[in-house]
Design a protein around this ligand. Structure first.
Ligand SMILES: Cc1ncc(COP(=O)(O)O)c(C=O)c1O
Length: 476
């Protein structure tokens, strides 16, 4: 009988060769064709990070007193982060495995704090509609009801509505710097003032901005207030594995003081395995990620990060200007960088069909909904390809304008259906089915986007829904 596990161990060289082969169909991030997920510089830097990781790949941060090395990395990383975010002398925090863990922790902390200090039993939090999906996940995981702050006509969180959404159940308010969908910094100063007036803690999700906005500001870019200098801000998340250019698996959560952070901690005194204390979500915490994050900070220093920020800013400005110069397209909202989104400026051009054309030209671009759009998380590595991207974008928009039927084909059909189907419960249900099926023992790989013509992975119901949606749109 064939086993999934080889009967006998194989030679390391052969395994490593196989392993590299698996990457053949992964996104092409090394040529800057990918606009999310990866923060790539070059091979020597990747090797350096790999070596830092490898040196501590067996080390475990579960018990901070066991590996003093890891605690030292963590202390230095948090001190540097707090300084960049203009924290005070009491600002403290923890290194986590990523932005999502940092966001989840903030919600758990404030839920528990409100329960302990105010007896809140039915917790709620107010978050802008554009908050990262990690906050929706935290709401579901921790039973904290989401109150979504609506957006104004510039896609900014409408702070004028905030006060009316705070009540005796509110455990926290959230702002982002910047928010993921459109790249704008929420009105942190005004939101912080409202939160402070009501004695509610406010978290700033700077998972994207934490390691680039400080350096943009040092380079002279004028930004609205977004960090601990806003008095109402009580905690912040900032990801090292994004614009900090660390290896994957490194983020930070910091709090204005230890009184707040204490509510994040977990202690179990009655466990037969011993008295147990843990500062974050994970049990075993990967030493390699800490070491690589520390190494990244040492490698760049302030000057290195400023240089990365300057090149990113240049790429961002060129991209924004190039999109604004195309009459069929418009930048969505008012992005502060480093990311932006754009949509169609005319009903003749379906933006998801433009996305399909860009895919066909070898770019890998994320789709947005409410409003429909395409997304670009811009890094310094994109600077050399911006002009090529904009040229292809002009061609793509022209092709779609010349052939409106493209809106009903390929991924455009699926995304159009997903984004516009009024029955959101049905979308949720079908996506859940698809997603779960991709985890079925021996099941097919997940392919939510497979064009209908490729067949196989996309269940017929989803295709039929897409076709019905397209027909409905055409009738209107
Ligand atoms: C604003 C924001 N917060 C949180 C996250 C979650 O980060 P991660 O993917 O590292 O879990 C992201 C990811 O893009 C983000 O953009």
């Amino acid at each position: 009988m064939a086993h999934a596990l080889p009967e006998h161990g194989r030679p390391p060289d052969e395994i490593l060769q196989d392993l590299r082969g698996f990457g053949a169909h992964d996104p092409n991030y090394k040529d800057a064709r990918l606009w999310s997920l990866v923060y790539w510089l070059d091979e020597p830097y990747a090797d350096f990070l790999g070596q830092a990781w490898q040196a501590y790949s067996s080390a475990n941060g579960l018990n901070p007193s066991a590996f003093k090395s890891l605690k030292q990395f963590e202390t230095q990383i948090i001190a540097a982060t707090a300084e960049l975010l203009h924290g005070g002398p009491e600002t403290c925090g923890v290194v986590t495995s990523g932005g999502t863990e940092s966001c989840l922790l903030a919600v758990k902390t404030y839920r528990d704090r409100a329960r302990a200090t105010r007896g809140v039993r039915h917790p709620e939090m107010v978050v802008p509609t554009t908050a990262h999906v990690a906050w929706f996940k935290a709401s579901e995981y921790f039973g904290v009801k989401l109150r979504l702050l609506p957006l104004d006509d510039k896609l900014h969180a409408d702070v004028s509505k905030l006060e009316s959404m705070i009540n005796r159940h509110t455990v926290m308010v959230l702002g982002s710097a910047p928010e993921y969908p459109h790249g704008s910094i929420d009105p942190i100063e005004a939101m912080g003032a409202v939160a402070q007036k009501h004695g509610i803690p406010m978290h700033v999700d700077a998972c994207v901005g934490g390691f680039i906005l400080p350096f943009m500001a040092m380079n002279g870019v004028v930004l609205p207030p977004w960090d601990y200098r806003v008095p109402g801000v009580t905690s912040m998340s900032a990801d090292l594995h994004k614009y900090g250019f660390a290896a994957k698996g490194a983020s930070t959560i910091t709090y204005r003081n230890l009184e707040l952070l204490k509510h994040q901690m977990f202690v179990c005194e009655d466990w037969p395995g011993g008295v147990f204390a843990s500062p974050a979500l994970l049990g075993t915490r990967p030493g390699g990620a800490y070491a690589a994050a520390w190494a990244a900070m040492q490698r760049f220093g302030v000057a290195g990060y400023r240089d990365l920020a300057a090149r990113t800013q240049q790429a961002f400005e060129r991209m924004r200007a190039g999109i604004e110069a195309q009459p069929e397209l418009k930048v969505l909202g008012e992005p502060h960088g480093p990311l932006l989104a754009y949509g169609s400026a005319t009903p003749e051009v379906n933006i998801f069909a433009v996305g399909d054309q860009m895919d066909a030209k070898g770019w890998q671009v994320n789709r947005l909904q409410f409003p429909d759009g395409l997304h670009a998380m811009i890094t310094a590595s994109h600077l050399p390809v911006i002009d090529d991207y904009l040229r292809d974008l002009r061609d793509a928009a022209a092709t779609v304008k010349a052939d409106p039927s493209l809106a009903g084909k390929g991924r455009a059909a699926t995304y159009g259906m997903m984004a516009h189907l009024p029955l959101r419960g049905m979308v949720r249900h079908k996506v859940l089915d698809l997603f779960a099926n991709s985890y079925r023992a021996g099941g097919p790989p997940l392919n939510l986007d497979a064009p209908a013509s490729e067949g196989g992975a996309q269940p017929p119901l989803l295709e039929r829904l897409a076709a019905r949606y397209v027909a409905w749109r055409q009738r209107r």
